[in-house]
Design a protein around this ligand. Sequence first.
Ligand code: ADP
Ligand code: ASP
Ligand code: MG
Length: 407
Amino acid sequence: MKFGGTSVGDLARIKNAAQKVAREVERGYDVIVIVSAMSGKTNELVGWVNETSPLFDAREYDAVVSSGENVTAGLMAMTLQEMDVPARSWQGWQVPLRTTSAHSAARIDDIPRDNIDAKFAEGMKVAVVAGFQGISPEGRITTLGRGGSDTTAVAFAAAFDAERCDIYTDVDGVYTTDPRIEGKARKLNKIAYEEMLELASLGAKVLQTRSVELAMRYNVRLRVLSSFEENTDNSGTLVCAEEEIMEKNVVSGIAYVRDEAKMTLVSVADRPGIAAAIFGPLAEAGVNVDMIIQNISEEGRTDMTFSCPVDQVARAEKAVNEAKESGSINFHNLVADTDVAKVSVVGIGMRSHAGVASQMFDALSSEGINIKVITTSEIKISVLIDRKYMELAVQALHDAFGLDKAA
Ligand code: ADP
Ligand code: ASP
Ligand code: MG
């Protein structure tokens, strides 16, 4: 059972969550509980780091931002003890949850079961584990990237062969789109791993992308449900194999990323190796390039456009300008548009259905929304548009694909 930030946002909510855990213990389960930091806490910690040291030491960043989960883990264990449920807390390093050394974006390598299994054997009923954190081979504290407690939860479910992995959050499941943006968004009873993976990686923050990847790989029965409602075994949304799903819309969801930027290198020499000369330095600078388009070439020169998160624009500009100074690339000017958002439609039905792209473009054009960049893959289509139209685009597409109605 994993409880997100809002679900452990204050002592009353921790108690509410603990009651849900106690109920599972009464039903005969041993439970591993993964907790997030109290809502807002991680953002506050990240803010403190940035204020102290803009070019921070990533190891110290992790030492600071991982701490919110330590508080909730201890409080959750105490709350359970107060209810006479035998429980204790574990920080990541105590398990130990072993990760790579990629600070702030570490990957889980191994979760040995011995320590926790030994306590279950002694009669402990609940192991409360601090989400989001682990320990590197060098013995330093690591974190798994924002939203990483979801991944901690799925990894534990896989390591302990759990019957289920229940992700308790502030919505009662996965919706056709973010219910905060589209009031008509509909809760899905089931969603295929692959669709959830696309939605998560295209911005739906209800589950961290990596958690869905792990669930798919290890066949974890992953469920998203509300911590503020009474639930049954059928509540929420089950993330499962495609074969288990009867109801099939061509498009099953819409995701967005609000804070994107589009950068164009105007008039670059069009010659073999030019893309490598541009995107190599960007990768080295840690810029997460998403979409790329190279426009037609005229007289041996071309325009190269790419998108990246808006908070990486300064880094991207620096990398590209340094490459220009070193002579490895040459362009007339660099244009950054920092007011764009990405909106994507996702559905496994697209594999066997033509016409989704034109339907999408029609819906956007009826609202007068200009499309700046388009990319597609087998089960998704993404567009970059002006940020001010993002909500409108999500709503228009939700209507156009009839997502408020079941298939
Ligand atoms: P937690 O703190 O529990 O991890 P998050 O804030 O990370 O919760 O994720 C839950 C939020 O995800 C919801 O409040 C909702 O606004 C947002 N969200 C975005 N897309 C979706 C979607 N398709 N279905 C449900 N929630 C979504
Ligand atoms: N507290 C961390 C974050 O806000 C991890 C999580 O909640 O999943 O990103
Ligand atoms: Mg989350």
